[in-house]
Ligand binder design. Sequence first.
Ligand code: ZN
Length: 189
Amino acid sequence: MPIDKGKIEKAVRMILEAIGEDPSREGLRDTPRRVADMFEEILEGYNAEDDYTWFTETSDLVVVSGIRFYSMCEHHILPFFGVAHVAYLPRGRVVGLSKIVRVVHKYARRLQIQERMTQQIAEEIAKITGSPDVMVVTEAYHMCMIMRGVKTPAPTVVAAIRGKFRDNPDLKNEVYRTIEPHRLKPFPL
Ligand code: ZN
């Protein structure tokens, strides 16, 4: 589904008018087009392709930590961003690290809520690795909680913990220990 950029441009022009701005002044003249281009880029996850390639390897535990992501909260259309950590127990096949990063971006780059994004990443990792033993932790700062509302830059942490990670606390804790150095840094202000 290609994004209707003309419609976004029209909508942005209306927002500019609605807040009392002059959409024809120099600084704003190209803003509707820039915003439409921007939405096309930051919401490109809707059109992501599933082009995974495999290689086989045996390993006890695979953890990919500190994957940076930028998403947009669907309640306020403001950014939320942070890091995702993905762990799984391979069942005969290990998927390339860049593919895991791509799965994170596929679900981040659309209008989202962090809880659903985390579950969707876990679901897809389970699908492409063929393993039900998947754990995904995401940590994010939500601009809608920082610029407005509670105005608190506290990170939101969400976890999807499946299969053996759910049943075995030692395994779960091993993942938390492994991701510890790559966790979200304090908000800079
Ligand atoms: Zn929000």
